[in-house]
Design a protein around this ligand. Structure first.
Ligand SMILES: O=C(O)CCC(=O)C(=O)O
Ligand SMILES: [Fe+2]
Length: 359
Protein backbone atom coordinates (compact mmCIF):
# COMPACT_ATOMS: atom_id res chain seq x y z
CA UNK A 1 0.00 0.00 0.00
CA UNK A 2 1.42 3.39 -0.87
CA UNK A 3 2.31 6.00 1.71
CA UNK A 4 0.12 8.68 0.27
CA UNK A 5 -2.95 6.48 0.66
CA UNK A 6 -1.99 5.78 4.28
CA UNK A 7 -1.51 9.49 4.91
CA UNK A 8 -4.90 10.34 3.44
CA UNK A 9 -6.51 7.54 5.41
CA UNK A 10 -5.09 9.03 8.59
CA UNK A 11 -6.15 12.47 7.56
CA UNK A 12 -9.73 11.27 6.99
CA UNK A 13 -9.67 9.55 10.39
CA UNK A 14 -8.47 12.72 12.10
CA UNK A 15 -10.25 15.55 10.31
CA UNK A 16 -13.65 14.28 9.18
CA UNK A 17 -16.57 14.19 11.54
CA UNK A 18 -17.19 10.45 11.05
CA UNK A 19 -19.95 10.41 13.65
CA UNK A 20 -22.15 11.94 10.93
CA UNK A 21 -21.92 8.86 8.70
CA UNK A 22 -25.17 6.95 8.40
CA UNK A 23 -23.53 3.86 6.87
CA UNK A 24 -20.32 2.52 5.39
CA UNK A 25 -18.77 4.17 2.37
CA UNK A 26 -16.02 2.92 0.08
CA UNK A 27 -13.85 5.57 -1.55
CA UNK A 28 -11.94 4.26 -4.57
CA UNK A 29 -9.01 6.52 -5.33
CA UNK A 30 -7.78 6.11 -8.90
CA UNK A 31 -4.45 4.29 -9.01
CA UNK A 32 -4.00 4.27 -5.22
CA UNK A 33 -6.48 1.90 -3.61
CA UNK A 34 -9.54 2.09 -1.39
CA UNK A 35 -10.54 3.70 1.87
CA UNK A 36 -13.55 2.36 3.72
CA UNK A 37 -15.13 4.52 6.40
CA UNK A 38 -18.05 4.18 8.74
CA UNK A 39 -18.96 5.61 12.10
CA UNK A 40 -16.60 3.25 13.92
CA UNK A 41 -13.48 4.08 11.92
CA UNK A 42 -11.47 3.97 8.72
CA UNK A 43 -9.61 1.09 7.05
CA UNK A 44 -8.06 0.18 3.71
CA UNK A 45 -9.70 -3.26 3.59
CA UNK A 46 -11.58 -3.63 0.34
CA UNK A 47 -15.08 -5.05 0.60
CA UNK A 48 -18.48 -4.58 -1.03
CA UNK A 49 -20.19 -1.49 0.36
CA UNK A 50 -23.64 -0.03 -0.21
CA UNK A 51 -22.17 3.35 -1.16
CA UNK A 52 -19.15 3.69 -3.41
CA UNK A 53 -17.41 6.90 -4.44
CA UNK A 54 -14.73 6.98 -7.07
CA UNK A 55 -12.39 9.92 -7.44
CA UNK A 56 -8.84 11.10 -8.10
CA UNK A 57 -6.19 11.67 -5.48
CA UNK A 58 -6.29 15.44 -6.15
CA UNK A 59 -10.01 15.68 -5.59
CA UNK A 60 -9.85 13.60 -2.43
CA UNK A 61 -7.11 15.84 -1.05
CA UNK A 62 -9.25 18.89 -1.74
CA UNK A 63 -12.21 17.27 0.00
CA UNK A 64 -10.05 16.60 3.04
CA UNK A 65 -8.64 20.12 3.03
CA UNK A 66 -12.15 21.59 2.82
CA UNK A 67 -11.31 23.53 -0.35
CA UNK A 68 -13.86 21.50 -2.33
CA UNK A 69 -17.08 19.97 -1.10
CA UNK A 70 -18.44 16.61 -2.12
CA UNK A 71 -21.53 17.87 -3.93
CA UNK A 72 -19.53 20.38 -5.99
CA UNK A 73 -17.04 17.63 -6.88
CA UNK A 74 -19.98 15.50 -7.99
CA UNK A 75 -21.48 18.38 -9.99
CA UNK A 76 -18.14 19.05 -11.67
CA UNK A 77 -17.74 15.37 -12.65
CA UNK A 78 -14.66 15.00 -10.41
CA UNK A 79 -16.28 12.25 -8.42
CA UNK A 80 -18.74 9.49 -9.27
CA UNK A 81 -21.21 7.96 -6.91
CA UNK A 82 -22.99 4.63 -6.95
CA UNK A 83 -25.29 3.04 -4.45
CA UNK A 84 -26.79 4.60 -1.34
CA UNK A 85 -27.12 8.37 -1.77
CA UNK A 86 -28.04 8.92 1.87
CA UNK A 87 -24.64 7.66 2.95
CA UNK A 88 -22.96 9.96 0.40
CA UNK A 89 -24.93 12.91 1.81
CA UNK A 90 -23.77 11.99 5.30
CA UNK A 91 -20.16 11.85 4.08
CA UNK A 92 -20.60 15.36 2.64
CA UNK A 93 -21.75 16.39 6.12
CA UNK A 94 -18.73 14.69 7.67
CA UNK A 95 -16.49 16.95 5.57
CA UNK A 96 -18.49 20.12 6.32
CA UNK A 97 -17.48 22.31 9.25
CA UNK A 98 -19.43 21.61 12.44
CA UNK A 99 -20.70 25.19 12.50
CA UNK A 100 -20.43 28.38 10.45
CA UNK A 101 -16.85 29.72 10.42
CA UNK A 102 -16.49 32.36 13.16
CA UNK A 103 -14.40 35.51 13.27
CA UNK A 104 -13.76 38.39 15.65
CA UNK A 105 -14.62 41.92 14.59
CA UNK A 106 -10.94 42.70 13.96
CA UNK A 107 -10.63 39.91 11.37
CA UNK A 108 -9.65 40.71 7.83
CA UNK A 109 -12.53 41.17 5.34
CA UNK A 110 -10.69 39.17 2.66
CA UNK A 111 -10.34 36.21 4.99
CA UNK A 112 -13.98 36.38 6.03
CA UNK A 113 -15.10 36.62 2.39
CA UNK A 114 -12.97 33.58 1.61
CA UNK A 115 -14.76 31.57 4.31
CA UNK A 116 -18.16 32.75 3.05
CA UNK A 117 -17.23 31.67 -0.49
CA UNK A 118 -16.03 28.32 0.72
CA UNK A 119 -18.78 27.40 3.17
CA UNK A 120 -21.65 29.72 2.19
CA UNK A 121 -21.70 31.58 5.50
CA UNK A 122 -19.64 33.09 8.31
CA UNK A 123 -20.28 34.82 11.62
CA UNK A 124 -18.47 37.92 12.87
CA UNK A 125 -18.95 38.12 16.61
CA UNK A 126 -19.66 41.38 18.44
CA UNK A 127 -19.26 43.50 15.32
CA UNK A 128 -21.42 46.37 16.63
CA UNK A 129 -21.67 47.96 20.08
CA UNK A 130 -24.52 46.69 22.22
CA UNK A 131 -25.74 50.32 22.67
CA UNK A 132 -26.29 50.67 18.93
CA UNK A 133 -28.11 47.33 18.86
CA UNK A 134 -30.35 48.29 21.78
CA UNK A 135 -31.15 51.65 20.16
CA UNK A 136 -32.19 49.95 16.92
CA UNK A 137 -34.28 47.38 18.79
CA UNK A 138 -36.08 50.13 20.71
CA UNK A 139 -36.63 52.22 17.56
CA UNK A 140 -38.15 49.20 15.80
CA UNK A 141 -40.21 48.03 18.82
CA UNK A 142 -43.31 50.21 18.37
CA UNK A 143 -43.46 49.33 14.67
CA UNK A 144 -43.16 45.60 15.34
CA UNK A 145 -46.02 45.99 17.81
CA UNK A 146 -48.32 47.92 15.47
CA UNK A 147 -47.69 46.57 11.98
CA UNK A 148 -45.34 43.60 12.50
CA UNK A 149 -48.09 41.04 11.88
CA UNK A 150 -49.01 42.36 8.45
CA UNK A 151 -46.51 40.28 6.48
CA UNK A 152 -47.49 37.00 8.19
CA UNK A 153 -47.72 34.16 5.71
CA UNK A 154 -46.80 30.51 5.27
CA UNK A 155 -43.24 31.58 4.40
CA UNK A 156 -42.83 34.36 6.97
CA UNK A 157 -44.61 32.42 9.72
CA UNK A 158 -47.61 33.27 11.87
CA UNK A 159 -45.75 33.77 15.15
CA UNK A 160 -43.17 36.09 13.62
CA UNK A 161 -43.27 39.88 13.29
CA UNK A 162 -41.59 41.56 10.32
CA UNK A 163 -40.85 45.13 9.24
CA UNK A 164 -39.61 46.73 6.09
CA UNK A 165 -38.97 50.50 5.49
CA UNK A 166 -36.31 50.09 8.15
CA UNK A 167 -34.32 53.26 7.37
CA UNK A 168 -37.51 55.26 7.93
CA UNK A 169 -38.26 53.55 11.24
CA UNK A 170 -34.78 53.42 12.79
CA UNK A 171 -32.12 56.04 12.13
CA UNK A 172 -29.57 53.96 14.02
CA UNK A 173 -30.10 51.07 11.57
CA UNK A 174 -27.88 53.05 9.16
CA UNK A 175 -24.91 52.17 11.40
CA UNK A 176 -25.43 48.50 10.56
CA UNK A 177 -26.55 48.97 6.95
CA UNK A 178 -23.45 51.02 6.12
CA UNK A 179 -21.14 49.18 8.56
CA UNK A 180 -17.58 49.33 7.19
CA UNK A 181 -16.80 45.65 7.72
CA UNK A 182 -20.07 44.65 6.03
CA UNK A 183 -19.40 46.80 2.98
CA UNK A 184 -15.76 45.63 2.87
CA UNK A 185 -17.04 42.04 2.68
CA UNK A 186 -19.75 42.97 0.17
CA UNK A 187 -17.02 44.67 -1.92
CA UNK A 188 -15.08 41.38 -1.97
CA UNK A 189 -18.05 39.26 -2.98
CA UNK A 190 -20.00 41.57 -5.31
CA UNK A 191 -17.58 43.96 -7.02
CA UNK A 192 -16.25 41.13 -9.19
CA UNK A 193 -19.50 41.43 -11.12
CA UNK A 194 -20.56 45.10 -10.92
CA UNK A 195 -19.08 48.57 -10.40
CA UNK A 196 -21.28 49.18 -7.37
CA UNK A 197 -24.02 47.46 -5.41
CA UNK A 198 -27.10 48.53 -3.51
CA UNK A 199 -29.25 47.38 -0.62
CA UNK A 200 -31.75 44.82 -1.84
CA UNK A 201 -33.93 44.85 1.26
CA UNK A 202 -33.71 45.66 4.96
CA UNK A 203 -36.02 43.61 7.17
CA UNK A 204 -36.61 43.45 10.89
CA UNK A 205 -37.57 39.92 11.95
CA UNK A 206 -38.77 38.99 15.41
CA UNK A 207 -39.45 35.29 15.91
CA UNK A 208 -41.71 34.64 18.89
CA UNK A 209 -41.89 31.48 21.03
CA UNK A 210 -43.95 28.80 19.36
CA UNK A 211 -42.81 29.61 15.82
CA UNK A 212 -41.77 26.60 13.77
CA UNK A 213 -38.74 26.44 11.50
CA UNK A 214 -39.00 28.44 8.30
CA UNK A 215 -38.79 26.60 4.98
CA UNK A 216 -35.16 26.38 3.83
CA UNK A 217 -34.62 28.71 0.90
CA UNK A 218 -32.10 30.80 -1.03
CA UNK A 219 -32.62 34.59 -0.74
CA UNK A 220 -31.12 34.99 -4.22
CA UNK A 221 -33.96 32.99 -5.77
CA UNK A 222 -35.95 36.25 -6.17
CA UNK A 223 -33.86 36.52 -9.35
CA UNK A 224 -35.16 33.86 -11.71
CA UNK A 225 -31.92 32.44 -13.05
CA UNK A 226 -28.40 31.42 -12.02
CA UNK A 227 -25.00 32.02 -13.55
CA UNK A 228 -22.43 29.62 -12.08
CA UNK A 229 -19.83 31.57 -10.12
CA UNK A 230 -21.97 34.71 -9.83
CA UNK A 231 -23.71 35.61 -6.58
CA UNK A 232 -26.60 38.04 -7.07
CA UNK A 233 -26.48 39.17 -3.47
CA UNK A 234 -25.13 38.63 0.01
CA UNK A 235 -27.11 38.89 3.25
CA UNK A 236 -25.88 40.40 6.51
CA UNK A 237 -28.16 39.25 9.31
CA UNK A 238 -27.58 41.08 12.60
CA UNK A 239 -28.49 39.56 15.94
CA UNK A 240 -30.46 42.27 17.78
CA UNK A 241 -30.81 39.81 20.65
CA UNK A 242 -28.72 36.75 21.56
CA UNK A 243 -29.24 33.93 19.05
CA UNK A 244 -29.42 30.39 20.44
CA UNK A 245 -30.49 27.15 18.87
CA UNK A 246 -33.43 27.12 21.25
CA UNK A 247 -34.71 30.62 20.46
CA UNK A 248 -34.64 30.31 16.68
CA UNK A 249 -31.10 31.11 15.52
CA UNK A 250 -30.99 31.12 11.73
CA UNK A 251 -30.44 27.59 10.34
CA UNK A 252 -27.73 27.19 7.69
CA UNK A 253 -27.04 24.44 5.20
CA UNK A 254 -23.28 24.94 5.01
CA UNK A 255 -21.52 24.37 1.68
CA UNK A 256 -24.85 24.73 -0.15
CA UNK A 257 -23.84 27.85 -2.09
CA UNK A 258 -22.84 28.17 -5.72
CA UNK A 259 -23.79 24.71 -6.92
CA UNK A 260 -23.98 23.99 -10.63
CA UNK A 261 -26.16 20.93 -10.11
CA UNK A 262 -29.00 20.57 -7.59
CA UNK A 263 -27.98 19.51 -4.08
CA UNK A 264 -28.49 15.88 -3.15
CA UNK A 265 -30.56 16.90 -0.10
CA UNK A 266 -31.93 20.11 1.38
CA UNK A 267 -33.35 19.28 4.79
CA UNK A 268 -33.50 20.72 8.29
CA UNK A 269 -31.64 17.76 9.76
CA UNK A 270 -28.54 18.76 7.77
CA UNK A 271 -28.53 22.39 8.97
CA UNK A 272 -26.61 24.03 11.80
CA UNK A 273 -27.80 26.95 13.95
CA UNK A 274 -26.05 30.34 13.71
CA UNK A 275 -25.70 30.82 17.44
CA UNK A 276 -24.18 34.22 18.25
CA UNK A 277 -24.30 36.94 20.86
CA UNK A 278 -26.30 40.14 20.33
CA UNK A 279 -24.35 42.57 18.12
CA UNK A 280 -22.88 39.80 15.94
CA UNK A 281 -23.55 39.49 12.24
CA UNK A 282 -24.11 36.41 10.13
CA UNK A 283 -23.19 36.60 6.45
CA UNK A 284 -24.59 34.19 3.91
CA UNK A 285 -24.60 34.08 0.15
CA UNK A 286 -27.71 34.60 -1.97
CA UNK A 287 -27.37 30.94 -2.98
CA UNK A 288 -26.89 29.53 0.54
CA UNK A 289 -29.86 27.54 1.84
CA UNK A 290 -31.02 28.83 5.21
CA UNK A 291 -34.15 29.69 7.18
CA UNK A 292 -35.30 31.14 10.47
CA UNK A 293 -35.17 28.56 13.28
CA UNK A 294 -38.03 27.30 15.44
CA UNK A 295 -38.35 29.30 18.65
CA UNK A 296 -38.74 26.88 21.57
CA UNK A 297 -37.57 29.39 24.18
CA UNK A 298 -39.50 31.74 26.45
CA UNK A 299 -38.57 35.03 24.78
CA UNK A 300 -38.53 36.37 21.21
CA UNK A 301 -35.43 36.54 19.01
CA UNK A 302 -34.85 39.73 16.99
CA UNK A 303 -32.82 40.24 13.80
CA UNK A 304 -32.17 42.89 11.19
CA UNK A 305 -31.27 41.35 7.85
CA UNK A 306 -29.88 43.54 5.11
CA UNK A 307 -29.17 42.26 1.63
CA UNK A 308 -26.68 43.78 -0.81
CA UNK A 309 -27.28 43.08 -4.49
CA UNK A 310 -25.34 43.70 -7.71
CA UNK A 311 -25.93 47.26 -8.93
CA UNK A 312 -27.46 46.20 -12.24
CA UNK A 313 -30.24 44.18 -10.60
CA UNK A 314 -33.59 45.53 -9.52
CA UNK A 315 -33.73 46.05 -5.75
CA UNK A 316 -35.98 43.67 -3.83
CA UNK A 317 -37.48 46.51 -1.79
CA UNK A 318 -38.24 49.68 -3.74
CA UNK A 319 -36.16 52.10 -1.69
CA UNK A 320 -37.20 55.18 -3.72
CA UNK A 321 -40.81 54.63 -2.69
CA UNK A 322 -40.41 53.01 0.71
CA UNK A 323 -38.10 55.67 2.19
CA UNK A 324 -39.43 59.23 1.74
CA UNK A 325 -37.06 61.47 -0.17
CA UNK A 326 -36.62 63.86 2.75
CA UNK A 327 -35.55 60.96 4.97
CA UNK A 328 -33.19 59.64 2.31
CA UNK A 329 -31.65 63.12 2.00
CA UNK A 330 -30.91 63.24 5.71
CA UNK A 331 -28.55 60.24 5.60
CA UNK A 332 -24.82 60.32 4.79
CA UNK A 333 -23.82 59.85 1.16
CA UNK A 334 -22.70 56.24 1.73
CA UNK A 335 -26.21 55.29 2.84
CA UNK A 336 -27.82 57.28 0.03
CA UNK A 337 -25.71 55.42 -2.50
CA UNK A 338 -26.58 52.08 -0.90
CA UNK A 339 -30.27 53.04 -1.10
CA UNK A 340 -29.81 53.43 -4.84
CA UNK A 341 -29.07 57.11 -5.32
CA UNK A 342 -26.27 56.41 -7.75
CA UNK A 343 -26.07 54.96 -11.23
CA UNK A 344 -24.35 51.69 -12.01
CA UNK A 345 -21.75 52.86 -14.49
CA UNK A 346 -22.48 56.03 -16.45
CA UNK A 347 -25.87 55.00 -17.84
CA UNK A 348 -27.78 52.48 -15.79
CA UNK A 349 -30.16 54.48 -13.61
CA UNK A 350 -28.83 57.87 -14.69
CA UNK A 351 -30.70 61.16 -14.32
CA UNK A 352 -30.02 64.20 -16.45
CA UNK A 353 -29.38 66.76 -13.74
CA UNK A 354 -26.92 65.06 -11.39
CA UNK A 355 -24.10 62.64 -11.90
CA UNK A 356 -25.09 60.26 -9.11
CA UNK A 357 -27.27 61.35 -6.27
CA UNK A 358 -30.45 63.01 -7.54
CA UNK A 359 -31.48 64.03 -4.05
O1 LIG B 1 -35.01 35.19 10.60
C1 LIG B 1 -34.13 34.47 10.15
O2 LIG B 1 -33.30 33.89 10.85
C2 LIG B 1 -34.01 34.25 8.65
C3 LIG B 1 -35.19 34.74 7.89
C4 LIG B 1 -35.04 34.53 6.42
O3 LIG B 1 -34.15 33.88 5.97
C5 LIG B 1 -35.99 35.11 5.46
O4 LIG B 1 -37.10 35.49 5.87
O5 LIG B 1 -35.65 35.20 4.26
FE1 LIG C 1 -33.89 34.16 3.89
Amino acid sequence: MNNLLLKLTDSLRNTANLGKLTGAVKIEIDGHGVIVADRSGVTNDDADMACVLQTSIDTFQQLLAGSLDLESALGQGKLSLSGDEDVAVSLAQAFAPVGAPRFSSSADATEIAQAIRRHGAAIVENAAPVDTIDTIASQLRPHFDTIGKEPQSDFNGYTTLRLSEVLMRSRASADLIGHDLVTAIADEILLQHCVNYRIGSCTGIEIWPGESAQRLHQDGSIYPMNIPGVEWQISALWALSDFTEENGATRLLLNSNNKITPLLRVEQALTVPAEMPKGSVLFYMGSTYHGGGANNAEAPRMALVNTYALGWLRQEENMYLSIPREVAKSYPEKIQRLMGYQSCGPLLGYIATDEHIGL
